[in-house]
Ligand binder design. Sequence first.
Ligand SMILES: [Zn+2]
Length: 152
Amino acid sequence: MIIPISSIPEAGLSIELTIPVHQLHIKEIGGNHNLHCKLHLTHQGEDILLRGEIALQATICCVRCLEQIPLHVSVPQFVHLVDKTTSDSVNLIPLLREEIFLVLPLYAKCQLDNKGNCPYTGTNWQQLSETAPRAPLHDPWSELDKLKKATN
Ligand SMILES: [Zn+2]
């Protein structure tokens, strides 16, 4: 989606777009969904000012279940400047892609119900077996301390 700067009137240009998620080329997200954006582009001295809102519905991998779970993110106040002196067009996809990267959750995780069940896979995460690996309850460095004492 490239908008020539010469096509932006002095009064500004309002656009509404629906972009398929796969066009953003973000490997972390998937699904047959769209990114919706409402943007207003105006001339601002040497720049083009983009303002508007972005909303994305997609799926993302749950770090607990490793299944795709629904993802909804939005940027209610998207703002970006494009330098008119170095570019004769506004390429929207890289700008939107960058913005979506900033709002993606670092660790997307499903919300367990009150019994500890995943709503998507039904896996119960409260009753892990006794032999399942767990995070250490105490200082993890204490295991190294034992090793040091054993060699002395
Ligand atoms: Zn889950």
